[in-house]
Design a protein around this ligand. Sequence first.
Ligand code: SF4
Length: 263
Amino acid sequence: MSTDDIAKMATKYAEIVTVREPRWRATMWHATDLCRHCGMCVLWDERHPLCPNVLKPDQVVLSPQGWGPARNIVAFTGGDVACRAEFYARVAEEIKRECSDLWVLLETNGYGLTPRNLEVLASGGVDSFCLDIKAYREDVYRRLCGTTNKWILEAPKLRVDMGFVLEVLTLYIPGWVELDQIAKIAELVADVDKSIPFTILAFFPEYKLRDVRPPNLYEMVAAYYVAKGKGLENVKLGNIHVFAKSSEDVKLLVSLLEARALG
Ligand code: SF4
């Protein structure tokens, strides 16, 4: 698609937006404050037990990804789109020209976020980044991703200094990325700004890591408290279905954490 095609799609999307977020909430992390994507309020006029109760049913729409609010955010993901900084800077510029109240979010593993690319993306008007830090230890990072994480670990500071909104994700991968590295990543983020939204995702076996087990509920709860212990104020756990498979598990999780901590 051309930048023009994408801007046209974004303009169409702007017509069905049901929730206008301020720029600082242009993150995926904040989406679960609004809705848990069950569709119950639309389909059965009932609320999910963990529904945040902040949306009206007419703000919940059915999209290819399921039920949820249509927020005024256009997000790009896949590989590392930040490696094509000029293209996405142009996309952001054209989207903003058509609809100034849409925020542009890039999901990235950080590889393409060199200082030069960040400047290019800032000049186009990209608003926020969802940075996926796969590992703290460079040897583990290299085994997982085939490259160094040197500038990826420096990216949070650079991005906040440049005025981007930032959220950080990391994965709990048993035997690969456990509490020690999650603590280091949390510390690094807290040193930049304690309010940066931080999500710890549960790994599930796929592709070349099919023999690695997913983390269990207690490991994920421990990871949550490790991140909180580093001073982070906004921590959530993600991929809940991986480690909380029954309603009893979810109840246990809510009793050990708080509903807001479930991403
Ligand atoms: S607002 Fe979201 S979480 Fe609440 S009942 Fe409706 S679809 Fe479910």
